[in-house]
Design a binder for this molecule. Sequence first.
Ligand code: HEM
Length: 488
Amino acid sequence: MSPTECDPLIKRKRKLGDLPLAELPDPLRDFAVTKNGFLPENGPLKRLPDAYYAPWEDLIERLSALIENNTLRQKVDKLPVLSVEHLKTEAEWQRAFVILGFLTHGYIWGGDAPAQILPPPLTVPLLAVSSHLGMPPVATYAALNLWNFGTTSPSNNFADLDNLYSLHTFTGTRDESWFYSVSVAIETAGAELIPVMMNALEEVFCVMNKPYPVETNFEGYKKAIGMATSALRGLCKRLGELGALLVRMDEHCDPAIFYHRIRPFLAGSKNMASAGLPRGVFYKEGEGKGSWRKYRGGSNGQSSLIGFLDLVLGVEHRYSVYERGDLKPAQETHIEENEDKKQAFHDEVREYMPAPHRRFLEYLEDRYPGGMRTAVERLMGNYSGKSEKDVSNELEELWKAFQSAIKAMVDFRSHHLQMVARYIIIPSRQHRQCDGSKVNLATASSIQRSDQDKTELTGTGGTALLPFLKQSREETLQAGNLSIEVLQ
Ligand code: HEM
């Protein structure tokens, strides 16, 4: 952004989508960001109002029981192929996506062997709904978490984890409801960081290119540095709270139940040959139409909040050699060879986010390239000390606040790694000790790579788990590699 772009007159002339968020009549509305961040303002819809959709609602209400007694597939096969033309509001489209996403994963994974073919009563409406929402036709993080919760809080406050519950689960267990609810609480707790960080970024990006000394606009310069410092301190504190929420997973989600009963349903159809899906899943659309497709499973890695925090801090994630991408979800060419295998996991999962949230992250990336890292680097780089109006103390505070925020993000990822160890690595080892020969759906969705007798644990999206997660943490640390010596 050039300094002239900060001129208020120029700001007013730009079209709405280009305006700083603080100036939008209804800030962030275009990106479907609410006071609850990436969660719907008043929570998700609990039932589709049009009785036309009663057949879907009846099934989803009994989902865990139907999976348990092995009758879900036959019930789904008998469903009529419903049209999407009775879906009116965005909330209704989202509700339809939740229902069809759960039914789809229940259908694929709810049996002794995975279903390789999905029937038209699922695929026809699911393809229409997912295209409307700009997401792949699978149970994404939005289907499982963002649009699948309720609260018993009288004030409809989504921040209180104890009051949250999931509208739907595959297993009917408290463990599964809690697993999703922890993410909802994290999204809520992170929500207020969004406007604060956007405003701080706007201010620093406006002053960071001004040459030093800054006699003419000293107060504006100092104000921007102060705002960024205080926003980063707030971010650091809040990240600590997000980490504390993450480790509350232990309270009601048992690692063995997660690993053996819940996680298999979250699996995708990509890299799932050893689980029985060598070609992915065939989306049969009737009248001889249909196609084989491979998608990632539902993963918290698809959280826009975490993506937002990375962009704010200027964390850059690269392609991981531990990542074995097959197809990009946006490509609906299905089983063809993926030409661009070098896409970073974090870029690829953007396709799994609701379209307005994806656009929001792109907007942020364009408007504030490198986020706070760039701003801090630039401000310190411009500093020459040749001024009576010295800001070296302010810059030092900014640098420290930035480093603390980076450290807090690294700590969050360390907590996450511990959760992954407790919920995936340890149960998988115990399982193998009990019965090294058998591979059920749980293990099959975890153990995917067996090149030359080497077996590695992979994530729901087909990632070689630990090296990949450690790389993400390392990349976070690297964003903080800014020297403070320029100020001394
Ligand atoms: C028991 C709890 C959890 C387990 C077992 C777990 C597991 C995993 C796994 C296996 C991956 C690898 C990617 C993939 O397979 O898709 C992953 C990635 C990720 N998860 Fe989790 N997760 C948990 C909770 C959370 C929560 C609550 C969040 C925050 C909302 C979160 C955020 C992420 C992010 C951002 C990534 C991408 C890697 C990174 O950026 O560091 N996870 N997780």
